[in-house]
Design a protein around this ligand. Structure first.
Ligand code: 5GP
Ligand code: ZN
Length: 141
């Protein structure tokens, strides 16, 4: 998805209306239309970068500096019991808008609309296998 056809770039420019929560020189935060839970907010960089694999260090730094600022505002405004931060990268992981974004999802209770499934497979790996996996990943850094 190019910058020209990007919904989030259009939102930043004001060509598509949005419910703005926060804005500074580098980032923009607005309510997600889907409102999975009350206050569900998207935090995006103003620079169009597709996903975490394309995110430049400077962009990531600006975005993650703003994340606690917005999270605290949501916490004060809606007094949730907790808050999930979610980021989908590539279609296979559920990404549908290809401009990097963090979902900030206030959590109220177990039936509030957000139900992450988390199946543990830790028992499938020995300590040695975990060390091998880590070493493999580390070799690419
Ligand atoms: P993804 O699936 O890429 O992680 O998340 C994209 C999110 O963007 C979805 O939760 C969807 O509801 C939201 N979204 C898509 N189009 C618009 C829009 O035009 N305005 C707003 N506020 N949210 C949008
Ligand atoms: Zn964009």
């Amino acid at each position: 998805m190019s910058e020209q056809s990007c919904i989030f770039c259009s939102i930043i420019k004001g060509d598509i209306p949005s419910a703005k929560v926060y804005e500074d020189e580098h980032v923009y935060a607005f309510l997600d239309l889907s409102q999975v839970t009350k206050g569900h907010t998207l935090l995006i960089p103003k620079k169009h970068e597709q996903d975490i694999f394309h995110l430049e260090p400077e962009t990531a730094s600006r975005l993650f500096q703003a994340a606690p600022v917005v999270a605290k505002a949501l916490d004060r405004a809606f007094v949730p019991a907790g808050l999930n931060v979610l980021n989908n990268n590539k279609e296979a992981a559920g990404q549908s808008v290809f401009h990097y974004h963090l979902h900030l999802i206030p959590r109220y209770d177990q039936s509030d609309g957000f139900q992450p499934t988390w199946v543990e497979h830790g028992g499938d790996y020995s300590q040695e296998e975990l060390q091998q996996l880590a070493a493999e990943a580390a070799s690419y850094i």
